[in-house]
Design a protein around this ligand. Structure first.
Ligand code: DC
Length: 233
């Protein structure tokens, strides 16, 4: 066990800027970064590609559970960018589409899907030195994480960020569609029975509605420095 390293859990609402700041912190302090949302997105893409999403948009839960052992998710780091790999194929762009965003919350609400991904996430953090972002990292995956942050921003601000990201990639979406997706995902993520989106009792809350990316990064780095000095590392 690498006792000089810690686990950093960054949770929060969709498009609340978690991934951007988590990735930057990991790079600065030479930790591994894991985007747990990408793992739920990869399972969703697998379901879409294997006809496990019914025509009415519901999930073929039994079919997906039966396929879980066939889903292999990995990440590769290249030129500072992280790419999600599903069964040997890079799917980074495909998992970010609005179509995947539209199906991911019901997939992420299936307990068996969560158990399988949480197991993988804990293995990734077994030697510490990891920054992981998601919805349940500080509450379920690593309840003993030394540093926990919970991010929020107004739905409009979050939708605006996501809209810019998607249109920059050439996706044909409207701001209203993106806002509806953000609000709907938050509702499902917060109200599901299995590990719903919650702020851990010992997490530091950050509302970054009016913060720039640089300000966010600085805030997070300062919190990290305070945390390691508190742990005498
Ligand atoms: O962070 P994101 O928007 O890429 O996450 C996609 C979806 O995955 C999100 O709507 C909820 C789900 N998710 C989850 O339930 N638990 C996590 N740890 C990460 C994501």
């Amino acid at each position: 066990m690498n006792s000089d390293k810690i686990i950093i859990a960054i949770d929060g609402y969709s498009s609340s800027g978690k991934s951007t700041m988590a990735r930057m912190l990991a790079k600065t302090i030479c930790y591994r970064y894991i985007d747990s949302g990408a793992m739920y997105r990869a399972v969703t893409l697998y379901a879409m590609d294997h006809a496990l999403i019914n025509t009415d948009g519901t999930v073929d839960t039994a079919g997906l559970i039966a396929s879980l052992d066939d889903i292999n998710i990995d990440f590769k780091l290249e030129n500072d960018s992280q790419y999600t790999i599903l069964n040997g194929v890079v799917v980074e762009d495909r998992i970010r589409s609005l179509e995947v965003s539209g199906h991911v919350s019901p997939v992420a609400a299936i307990p068996e899907v969560r158990h399988s991904l949480v197991k993988m996430q804990r293995e990734m953090g077994a030697t510490k030195g990891i920054v992981m972002d998601g919805r349940d990292i500080g509450t379920v995956v690593f309840p003993d994480a030394e540093m926990k942050v919970f991010c929020d921003a107004s739905p409009e601000r979050r939708a605006e960020r996501r809209y810019k990201e998607l249109t920059a990639k050439g996706e044909n979406v409207t701001f209203e569609e993106v806002l509806a997706n953000v609000v709907n995902r938050d509702r499902i993520d917060e109200s599901r029975d299995e590990s719903p989106l919650r702020c851990a009792h010992d997490a530091i809350r950050l509302d970054n509605s009016s913060m720039s990316i640089d300000e966010q990064n600085e805030w997070l780095l300062e919190l990290y420095q305070k945390t390691i000095s508190r742990h005498n590392l």
